[in-house]
Design a protein around this ligand. Structure first.
Ligand code: HSE
Length: 299
């Protein structure tokens, strides 16, 4: 039997739409053990969050078995409670997909390579920026090129930390993608090319002079923030704080600020209780994940 732990992820990181992602130390955990041929069992350690039909762990597991014509393989899959907030822009679906693919890979004695898993996860998720860091850990640049995901890692600076604002409402990625335009002007494209260049420079050199502008974006955030209630208040509050800058996490609604590590008084400056918010927002401080998905053999 194996225990599989997959980290949460934040995608886009401002200007890096569908390209940049970063793994976070919040986990979806499952266990899977081999069973008699055809004997498939799904157990929830807690109240089931979704039906089998909507369980992305199961969908990904069966998808991968099917690719190897091994649909008959039996298993006992246990869904342990997840730490990743669902439909909040923190990669819950990517983590579930990756967990399912890893489970299948264990059942077929690890025939898939890591690159196979990245490519399959991207095919299921539709974009590579959550699944790739969920597999590899750390911060990743990932792009679908000629039917394969090409990726490169950026070590996330250890003197930065993330302040993560998670609301008590969900936003589905498909709804949040539908508000995006089909086409962009040359100015908007140049804007993002410049910002992402500054972002990569800031992270690689740890010189944060340009980090605030580096997190700006014209591709998705201006269209998404208007459908996220309270976001204007949170953004205004962050602009007046010591944060280097902030961005929408993935498709939202979570908002993340990059702050200097150990910044004293940040929580006080952005006291959420003093704001006329319509919803409840929780401020989490979560460290970045370096390991990516982990498979551990247990008895
Ligand atoms: N890059 C994707 C998007 C991430 O912004 O729609 C979704 O989690």
């Amino acid at each position: 039997m194996v225990k599989i732990r997959v980290p949460a992820t934040t995608a886009n990181i401002g200007p890096g739409f569908d390209t940049l992602g970063l793994a976070l130390n919040l986990f979806q955990t499952i266990t899977v053990e081999k069973a008699e041929v055809g004997n498939k069992e799904v157990i929830w350690s807690d109240t089931p969050l979704v039906s089998d039909a909507d369980n992305l762990v199961l969908t990904a597991l069966e998808y991968a078995l099917n690719l190897k014509s091994q649909n008959n393989l039996g298993y006992r899959l246990t869904m342990l409670s997840t730490e990743i907030p669902i439909s909040r822009g923190l990669g819950s679906s990517a983590a579930a997909i990756v967990a399912g693919l890893y489970a299948a890979n264990y059942l077929i004695d690890f025939q898939f390579t890591q690159q196979n898993l990245i490519d399959m996860a991207t095919a299921l998720e539709g974009h590579p920026d959550n699944v790739t860091p969920a597999i590899l850990g750390n911060m990743v640049i990932a792009s679908m090129i000629d039917e394969n995901v090409v990726h490169a890692s950026i070590p996330f600076p250890d003197d930065l930390q993330l302040a993560i604002f998670v609301p008590n409402f969900k936003l589905s990625t498909s709804v949040s993608r539908k508000v995006l335009p089909e086409n962009y002007t040359k100015e908007q494209c140049v804007h993002n090319v410049s910002r992402i260049s500054f972002l990569v420079h800031s992270l690689l050199t740890k010189d944060y002079t340009h980090l605030k502008i580096a997190l700006e974006d014209e591709i998705h955030q201006p269209y998404r923030f208007p459908i996220i209630e309270d976001s204007e208040i949170i953004l205004t509050m962050l602009k007046g704080s010591d944060a280097y800058g902030c961005f929408l996490s993935g498709a939202g609604p979570t908002i993340i600020a990059m702050i200097p590590k150990g910044l004293v008084g940040f929580q006080y400056t952005i006291n959420l209780n003093n704001q006329p918010l319509l919803h409840q927002w929780q401020l989490l401080t979560v460290s970045t994940n370096k390991s990516g998905a982990i498979v551990e053999f247990i008895k």
